[in-house]
Design a protein around this ligand. Structure first.
Ligand SMILES: [Zn+2]
Length: 585
């Protein structure tokens, strides 16, 4: 490609609101352009880099016998009704309607059609194992922070499903896929931490998440410097200290004026906060009877603990969750500040699993300025759901070595969920085993967010002058620069020939054939970050040489004119080999 013909040019100025260096350079170099808040267009250069990731993924997954499919993300209300029995929740699902005002949905995953597909396609053990994958554009909810492609709402996602006939084969498949994902990310040179997760509710689910650590990341991880333990705060749980056991006393209403907070209440009664029950009201968006509805949830945690909203959202299968307004709290018959699960019938009550082991708590009385003493779980109030819903404090101790945990911010780049038979048991996706018996299919799933990979690499690999692409993601392998000469067209003629010759050798070349000064051309080359720069100039050419410069190495080398092609190939091969050496075999 000639730079004179490139769709868009580099920008002189930094985009005003691009906060991180990688994001600034991606926009200045013309790889991407933000067209709405957190919505990015990938220009031809950015799109070429994205294609490189796609090709890499296809190559890796095809080598595992993966088969590419194309499952639509659009589905109807009927499909939602059929599938809402699943404990699976798509928090990125969007409401849309067609021109006849039919309610439709756009999902971020192919899960909604999966059961039908499996029922129609897989009948016999001879059809297992299978690995399906697809690479598709997705629109995501949320993502409020401003970190360029790392917080893009419109992304390209790899989604894979792996199907097996038994636990052993499924576990092997899962391990291979983790290694494959790690290799893809290494090949992209994105540093990630693989973090295990293990949820107990609403259904047991475990797996691995891949995090790119970054100070502006939207996920909080807890990290143990001493033993390296790393966990997503939203799924972390530590052992909770129960209150000492004691005989249950009878429920007693007490006058507690002006004690709207746990702090005021504990002070007024001169008791530790751990002897109180705290009611937190959250309004959740949920799917009920095939419709999106909002529901007020009462969450009860011990007074010395905080509610973890992500955990609560997960155990109730909520699409989204937010603090309730006072009028919403009143609408279910509760009194803000003095709310109580005791005697409250209408709300969905979720109680933290420490509460049953905490006897004789002080809880609200649903009456202004009154509380109950000796409120006891099981006797005075019940839960619709009993689960771990509390926040792990950031000064909690490591469950492995008891050292203090510290906090790290990160972006979730991908996830692999361990295979299980949950979908099969909910929807009857069975196959006939060797003896003709019907068995449930083991299904595991995984995804990778390609824009996050690209954005993360841009944040990791840059210097004061621009981007430094790895050979695996660069839009072009060689940046050919010809410097203007006053009295001869020899450099131009040589560069034109070289451009053709490199292309014939299937090397991807970006040829700066513009009539610009050397300064502008070199600055743009640094900004674009293509790994190998070849400069053709009058002076060196008169000595029979051209200049080679690797983007992230300081030295320049002069290469004899006749060796340019073999030297280019040799250099590119060396850069490829350096990446290949980091991979797990
Ligand atoms: Zn530790």
């Amino acid at each position: 490609m000639r730079m004179s013909q490139l769709f868009n040019q580099t920008l002189r100025e930094f985009p005003a609101d691009a906060t991180t260096p990688g994001n600034q350079f991606l926009q200045r170099a013309g790889y991407v352009r933000e067209v709405a808040s957190n919505v990015y267009v990938l220009n031809p250069l950015g799109n070429r880099s994205l294609q490189k990731i796609k090709n890499m993924i296809r190559q890796e997954l095809n080598s595992l016998n993966g088969q590419e499919v194309n499952i639509p993300s659009l589905f109807s209300e009927e499909i939602l009704a059929k599938r809402s029995v699943h404990s699976f929740v798509d928090v990125d699902m969007l409401d849309v309607s067609d021109s006849l005002s039919h309610q439709m949905y756009l999902s971020s995953t192919a899960h909604h059609y999966l059961a039908d597909l499996l029922q129609q396609s897989i009948r016999s053990h001879r059809q297992l194992p299978r690995l399906l994958y697809q690479i598709q554009p997705r629109t995501l909810n949320g993502r409020q922070n401003r970190t360029g492609l790392l917080s893009a709402r419109s992304v390209t996602r790899l989604e894979t499903f792996f199907l097996d006939k038994d636990q052993t084969s499924a576990t092997q498949h899962y391990q291979r896929l983790i290694q494959t994902f790690e290799n893809i990310l290494k090949c992209c040179t994105l540093p990630v931490s693989t973090v295990k997760f293990d949820y107990k509710q609403p259904k047991p689910q475990s797996g691995s998440e891949f995090f790119f650590l970054h100070p502006q990341g939207d996920t909080t991880l807890l990290y143990c410097e001493s033993c390296g333990y790393l966990v997503n705060k939203a799924s972390a749980s530590v052992e909770k200290q129960p209150n000492k056991s004691e005989p249950l006393a009878s429920l007693e209403k007490i006058h507690t004026p002006n004690t709207k907070t746990i702090e005021d209440l504990a002070k007024f009664l001169d008791i530790p906060a751990s002897r109180t029950a705290k009611a937190v009201f959250m309004t959740a968006t949920m799917i009920e009877n095939c419709e999106k509805t909002e529901k007020v949830i009462m969450a009860i945690v011990r007074g010395d603990m905080d509610l973890n909203e992500s955990k609560l959202a997960r155990v109730i299968n909520a699409l989204a969750i937010r603090p309730s307004t006072n009028s919403e709290i009143q609408s279910i018959g509760a009194v803000p500040g003095f709310a109580s699960p005791v005697g409250l019938k209408v709300a969905l009550i979720v109680v933290d699993d420490l509460i049953p082991n905490s006897p004789n708590l002080v809880a609200g009385a649903n009456e202004t300025d009154f509380h109950f003493k000796h409120a006891n779980y099981g006797r005075d109030f019940q839960a619709n759901i009993l689960a771990d819903i509390t926040e792990v404090e950031t000064d909690a101790a490591c469950p492995h070595c008891n050292q203090l945990l510290s906090v790290q911010s990160a972006f979730l780049v991908g996830k692999i969920t361990s295979p299980d038979t949950l979908l099969a048991s909910e929807t009857g996706c069975n196959f006939q085993d060797e003896s003709g018996e019907l068995k449930p299919i083991f299904l595991g799933s995984a995804w990778l967010d390609l824009e996050r990979i690209l954005g993360g690499v841009a944040e990791t690999r840059n210097d004061d002058y621009g981007l430094i692409w790895p050979i695996s993601l660069t839009p072009y392998q060689v940046h050919l620069v010809v410097l203007p000469a006053k009295n001869t067209d020899q450099p131009q003629v040589f560069a034109e020939n070289l451009y053709q010759e490199l292309q014939r050798a299937r090397i991807e070349v970006l040829f700066d054939d513009r009539k610009e000064s050397p300064g502008v051309k070199f600055n743009d080359a640094d900004l674009l970050g293509i790994p190998l720069r070849i400069t053709v100039a009058e002076k060196s050419l008169s000595q029979g040489q051209v200049e080679f410069k690797i983007r992230d190495e300081k030295e320049k080398t002069n290469v004899p004119m006749e060796d340019v092609l073999p030297q280019s190939m040799h250099t590119l091969l060396r850069l490829e080999r350096e990446i290949a050496q980091s991979l797990v075999k």
